[in-house]
Design a protein around this ligand. Structure first.
Ligand SMILES: [Zn+2]
Length: 337
């Protein structure tokens, strides 16, 4: 039996260890992918620190983490057509099974490993022009904000939009809002370096959430109209009140950050009077990843500034710690098996 290295999370004790485990064998309609790059996401951090509860569909107590994965196909399972060994691919962050969403690296083994298996309809061809590191973050770090903005939030050109939390997902949300023609784009983050980054990536205004003039500044910039859409990537309940306070009539608040905490509306009368809406968002639909690959390949979007650092798989715990402490204000860290 061939072995491989993998970063395994024991869910009951929330301990992450690098282990030698059997190299997976692709089953029917599956391919084996040699992982070239895997993103480290705040949701990985939250799975490890226990903020996220026990995975809904995980059968075992231990799982190989990693849902942002790119690599090369090295073996085809039975019944696989249209793919060949040696093809560069990017993997969807999850799979649909019997109408339910299974998240890679959460509900089943993911890509913080030398090899991973994937259903053949959850892999997409990757052009040579896109480096593995940038491709790996398209599923989730880019596709989730895209889904939140384009599908759930239905942002139209010239609409005013706000992004709370300009970390890995929020920074890409600013770029996506720019790409779909939103104006103005307001970014809110307590970290000065994150605000600077938001401005560099296309935000029109970047504010500290503790700034008491936030409402005045947003109303001034939108000529009194307020925001059409607000996106929470921070997963913080304090965001909800602040975002609702600057939403215009019929504005929608899209909640992407997972906090596990109750969702409360402080002023329900204003909420009804303004016809506000709060909408939950998770992941993206299957066609988004190949669409984004096309947009990157053809120069409509550029994520070359998104990779803060590349670390070997053995340093997975170091990467998680850096995301947790936000040391060096990382946008995305990549693990390389
Ligand atoms: Zn992620």
């Amino acid at each position: 039996m061939d072995l491989m290295r993998a970063a395994r999370l024991h869910i009951p004790s929330r301990t992450l260890t690098i282990e030698d485990v059997p190299r997976p064998v692709p089953g029917p309609w599956q391919v084996l992918v040699k992982v070239a790059a895997a993103g480290v996401c705040m949701s990985d951090v939250h799975l490890i620190d226990g903020t996220l509860g026990r995975p809904r569909h995980l059968l075992d107590d231990t799982v190989t983490i990693g849902h942002e994965v790119a690599g090369t196909i090295v073996e085809l399972g039975p019944e696989v057509s249209d793919w060949r060994e040696g093809q560069r691919v990017v993997l969807q962050a999850g799979e649909n099974r019997d109408g339910e969403t299974y998240t890679r690296g959460v509900d089943y083994d993911g890509g913080w490993a030398e090899y991973t298996v994937a259903a053949m309809d959850s892999v997409f061809a990757l052009p040579d022009s896109i480096p593995f590191e940038q491709a790996a973050i398209i599923p989730d770090a880019v596709s989730t904000p895209w889904g939140a903005i384009v599908h759930t939030g239905e942002v139209r050109p010239a609409e005013a939009a706000g992004v709370w939390g300009v970390g890995g997902l929020g920074a890409h949300a600013v770029q996506v809002l720019r790409a779909v023609g939103a104006y103005p784009i307001v970014a809110v983050d307590p970290v000065p370096a994150a605000r600077e980054r938001a401005l560099a990536l296309g935000a029109d205004l970047a504010l500290d959430p503790r700034d008491r003039t936030i409402k005045d500044q947003v109303l001034f910039l939108t000529r009194g109209a307020g925001l059409n859409a607000a996106f929470d990537f921070a997963g913080s309940s304090s965001v909800y009140d602040q975002a609702l306070s600057v939403l215009g009539p019929e504005g929608r608040l899209v909640i992407v950050g997972l906090s596990g905490r109750p969702l409360t509306i402080r002023d329900s009368t204003t909420f009804s009077y303004m016809k506000h809406r709060i909408i939950g968002h998770f992941g993206s639909t299957a066609e988004v990843v190949p669409q984004l690959v096309d947009l990157v390949e053809n120069g409509r979007l550029d994520f070359s500034r998104s990779i803060t650092d590349v670390l070997p798989l053995a340093k997975a715990s170091v990467a998680v710690q850096r995301m947790h402490t936000k040391e060096g204000n990382p946008l995305r860290l990549i693990l390389q098996p």
